[in-house]
Design a protein around this ligand. Structure first.
Ligand SMILES: Cc1cc2nc3c(=O)[nH]c(=O)nc-3n(C[C@H](O)[C@H](O)[C@H](O)COP(=O)(O)OP(=O)(O)OC[C@H]3O[C@@H](n4cnc5c(N)ncnc54)[C@H](O)[C@@H]3O)c2cc1C
Ligand SMILES: NC(=O)c1ccc[n+]([C@@H]2O[C@H](COP(=O)([O-])OP(=O)(O)OC[C@H]3O[C@@H](n4cnc5c(N)ncnc54)[C@H](O)[C@@H]3O)[C@@H](O)[C@H]2O)c1
Length: 483
């Protein structure tokens, strides 16, 4: 990062954005599109966790693992896969996608939209004021005419396990920036990070143990975790469900880590990775100066205004509001809030009724998510359990993918499963889950159906091409009608 990319001095702006991850960048862009002046404050790398230690590097590393798995599912192609993955080249590919952890390209982008970038730690200092403290201790004071948008993201939760400091655990940071493959890796936590990291490191050659106190991917339909568990086990990973880690030990810096489990057994690994959830990066951003609790998730309204703060000036977007810890959902909030900030600044009325321009309605009804495991798991909307708990009268339709010829042509012996959750009163879809190889690109069709509340009677006329994996739609809808 060069000094030239950075703005000096104090200043007054229409909008101040705290955090230049994908979410901060998007709200800045939208506010600039509304012709507002914007300051962006970033203490680490412009691009955030997503670009350098989460979505981008993890997917860059996973892709070669999945590509080989895909080839192995096709007779004739399988015979061409004759060697192990070239891990040096896999890591080099990852390094290219994270631009060697150099953010100058993204910093130039901030400049290109006409926003000013301030490097340093941002803290709110009372209404509409932000101080920026640089590494050398010097400070800038910024004021906002219209809005401060908090987009400071989240950090890994460090659970209270005795010996955790001594064990020097990996988090998503080493899990995505390491260029060495541990011989034995133990991963604690069976959510999205746990299952993707287990797929990745087992695929790169680690003997991986995944330890989960609950079923895998507990927020998805149960069959998602079950299929991934089966496939990880077939790939050679040791998946243990219903276990807790009660202590960690690494007496010497170079010695292996010993994990004690709640059944009294011990497990030795060369590295241990925490995948035990996220905590908001709001502990040191001056929330107390505006009557909020440091370290808390920020409760927001549909335009992403923080509740409990007067004056319609404080917004919270992305991971910090805990609505959906996903880049695409945070960027949606950022686009919506950026437009809302522009409208409020211009004195225009809010369009914040459900599905309006200034409403983040999809956060409640249609959050799409893909886990890039093998098989992939993708879902949008409600699971059957969530829909029932919400009081909907539902019917579920379940099918294995191998009913569709497109799936069988895609992979020999295709293993995958799909579920529709149908609202019986309105005959629309409340949720859809797909698990199987190559299904991530299928999800957007389901998202459109759920967001558009497309009646099933009409959806029948949306024809999937023969012979594609999408043909599963035809069979799911036929099964619904038949019943
Ligand atoms: C391993 C892993 C894989 C993931 N994969 C996916 C995926 O495939 N798809 C997906 O949608 N989501 C994925 N996620 C989730 C995704 O990374 C987050 O939802 C996303 O990064 C949130 O974006 P954000 O802008 O809110 O926060 P961040 O990306 O965390 O950015 C916040 C920025 O704010 C800065 N900051 C923090 N405090 C301050 C301060 N006081 N002053 C100045 N700057 C500050 C930080 O340095 C950082 O740059 C993954 C997460 C993990 C851990
Ligand atoms: N492809 C993607 O979209 C993608 C990939 C990875 C992560 N993410 C997102 O990032 C966020 C963080 O993911 P995550 O997996 O860290 O969090 P998570 O909350 O999804 O899962 C954490 C898991 O760890 C378990 N856990 C917590 N404390 C534990 C302990 N002491 N011992 C054992 N297990 C413990 C929890 O029960 C939970 O199952 C999620 O919201 C996820 O959706 C998205």
């Amino acid at each position: 990062m060069s000094e030239a990319q950075e703005t000096q001095g104090n200043g007054t702006y229409d909008v101040i954005v705290l955090g230049a991850g994908p979410v901060g960048q998007n709200v800045a862009d939208r506010a600039r599109a509304a012709r507002l002046s914007v300051a962006v404050v970033e203490r680490e790398l412009v691009g955030g966790e997503c670009s350098y230690w989460a979505c981008v590097p993890s997917k860059a590393l996973l892709r070669p693992v999945i590509a080989v798995a895909d080839a192995n599912r096709v007779e004739g192609a399988r015979q061409a896969v004759t060697r192990q993955l070239d891990t040096d080249r896999v890591f080099a590919r990852r390094n290219r996608y994270v631009t060697d952890w150099d953010d100058s390209g993204q910093a130039r982008w901030v400049k290109s939209i006409g926003a000013d970038l301030f490097r340093g730690h941002g803290r709110i200092d009372g209404p509409r004021r932000v101080t920026v403290t640089r590494d050398d201790g010097s400070q800038r004071i910024l004021s906002a005419r219209h809005a401060v948008a908090i987009a400071t993201g989240s950090r890994p939760v460090l659970p209270d396990i005795p010996g955790i400091d001594e064990a020097r655990p990996w988090t998503n940071r080493h899990g995505t920036d390491s260029s060495t493959v541990p011989v034995r890796l133990a991963i604690i936590g069976g959510g999205g990070v746990g299952v993707e990291m287990a797929t990745l490191w087992q695929g790169l050659g680690s003997q991986t143990t995944l330890l989960s106190r609950r079923r895998l991917l507990p927020r998805m339909e149960p069959f998602a975790g079950e299929l991934i568990e089966r496939s990880l086990t077939e790939a050679g990973a040791d998946v243990r469900i219903g276990v807790q880690v009660t202590a960690l030990r690494r007496p010497e810096r170079t010695s292996p880590v010993t994990l004690t489990l709640d059944d009294g057994s011990e497990l030795e690994a060369d590295e241990v990775m925490l995948a035990t959830g996220r905590t908001p990066a709001t502990d040191d951003i001056g929330l107390d100066t505006v009557g909020l609790t440091p370290g808390s998730w920020l409760d927001v309204d549909t335009t992403c205004l923080v509740k409990g703060v007067d004056g319609n000036w404080l917004y919270a977007l992305g991971d910090v509001n805990h609505r959906a810890l996903l880049t695409h959902q945070g960027k949606y909030q950022a686009r919506t809030a950026g437009d809302a900030i522009g409208a409020r600044a211009a004195g225009r009325p809010m369009d914040d009724a459900a599905w309006g321009d200034h409403a983040t309605t999809a956060d409640q009804h249609a959050v799409p998510q893909v886990f890039f495991t093998d098989p992939e798991a993708a879902a949008v909307g409600l699971t059957a359990e969530q829909a029932s708990d919400a009081g909907h009268r539902i019917k579920t339709v379940d099918l294995d993918f191998n009913t569709a010829q497109g799936a069988n042509l895609y992979a020999d012996d295709y293993q995958g499963h799909a579920r529709l959750v149908v609202d019986l009163d309105r005959e629309i879809l409340l949720g859809v889950t797909f698990v199987g190889p190559g299904i991530s690109e299928l999800l957007h069709s389901a998202t459109i159906a759920v967001v558009g509340e497309v009646p099933l009677k009409r959806l029948r006329h949306a024809i999937a091409c023969f012979p594609t994996v999408s043909e599963i739609w035809l069979f799911l809808l036929a099964a619904y009608q038949r019943d």
